[in-house]
Design a protein around this ligand. Structure first.
Ligand code: BDR
Ligand code: CA
Length: 310
């Protein structure tokens, strides 16, 4: 399987990179970075550091968008730490980003093997929207796009109704949801229910090795912040759950095909994801459906996540 990862590392992005790089049968053809959990300099530097940590220094990293299409950027140091990785210091990267943008790298990768590449999108969708403007045929050149983003029936996490990856660039998300990709959407509805429990975090601490020990450090910080949400030291695993669904769609145990839109004008609801859940399918307005994940097999996911860190 050949995959391209677009991300804003970010602690859970780091866990997703650990997940996909642990699989010898998965070729990561490139990693694009985007602003989001931190500014673009930090997320790009983190992507390089993480690929070195995970033994994949040869994977090209392309620096992507520094800001959303139509609003100022916002970051999340309170969730991910000032360095985006829970204040865990990783060695400075030996490598550097390639000389073209993340949007350009995605287009090149898609053109080089039409119909065979899967994209894992784990940050604001700015780079994907920019790639679409460079190559309008992108939905036919890619095999699948798995997006962590949105909150359909769940509350938001940045605004009462908005999830970070969508709220941080609503225009880009709207462009991507309208484009006709074969999209699998993994929203907060499922990621907030498929959490790394206190027991799982305790088990992680018993695993030796650099991957596991570093992850335990990241998640210690992350669970500290998430305890303000959950009341106990557990944490959401948004991005690695999307990775798990990409690598094995059976991890998603409930999926509906529905059109999804992003509210762009609401005074309070800008960035809200709206899924058309009506049962009569003859009422649509031509917007292509996405595959919206409503539930996942948390046990299988957490077991595989731990294996990936061993
Ligand atoms: C998403 O937002 C980011 O903070 C996380 O990395 C994840 O991709 C969750 O809303
Ligand atoms: Ca992310």
């Amino acid at each position: 399987m050949r995959i391209y990862v677009d991300c804003d590392p970010g602690i859970d992005d780091a866990m997703a990179l650990a997940y996909v790089t642990a699989r010898p049968d998965v070729e990561v053809v490139g990693v694009g970075t985007v602003f989001g959990n931190n500014g673009i300099d930090v997320t790009t530097d983190n992507a390089l550091r993480l690929l070195e940590l995970y033994g994949r220094p040869e994977v090209p990293v392309a620096r992507g968008a520094a800001r959303p299409l139509a609003q100022p950027p916002r970051t999340a140091e309170h969730v991910h730490g000032r360095n985006g990785l829970g204040e865990v210091d990783l060695p400075a990267p030996a490598g550097a980003p390639v000389d073209h943008s993340a949007a350009e790298m995605l287009v090149r990768a898609a053109r080089s093997a039409p119909g065979s590449l899967d994209v894992l999108a784990l940050g604001p969708l700015t780079n994907l929207a920019l790639a679409l403007s460079l190559e309008p045929e992108l939905p036919r050149l890619l095999r699948r796009v798995v997006v962590m983003g949105g909150a359909v029936r769940a509350p938001g996490n940045v605004t009462p109704w908005g999830e970070a990856n969508v709220v941080n660039d609503p225009e880009a998300a709207e462009v991507v949801f309208a484009a006709g990709f074969d999209t699998v959407l993994v929203p907060l509805d499922v990621t907030m229910r498929t959490v790394a429990t206190e027991a799982w975090l305790a088990e992680l601490k018993t695993v030796a090795g650099r991957r596991a020990e570093t992850a335990a450090g990241f998640l210690d910080f992350y669970a500290g912040w998430y305890s303000t949400v959950f009341g106990v030291r557990q944490c959401a695993m948004h991005d690695p759950l999307a990775a798990a669904v990409l690598l094995d769609e059976a991890v998603a145990t409930e999926v509906v095909e529905v059109p999804v839109r992003v509210e762009l004008r609401g005074e309070f609801t800008r960035g809200m994801t709206l899924a058309d859940m009506r049962l009569n399918r003859d009422v649509g307005d031509g917007r292509p459906p996405v595959r919206l994940v409503g539930a996942a097999d948390g046990e299988v996911f957490l077991a595989r996540m731990l294996d990936a860190l061993r």
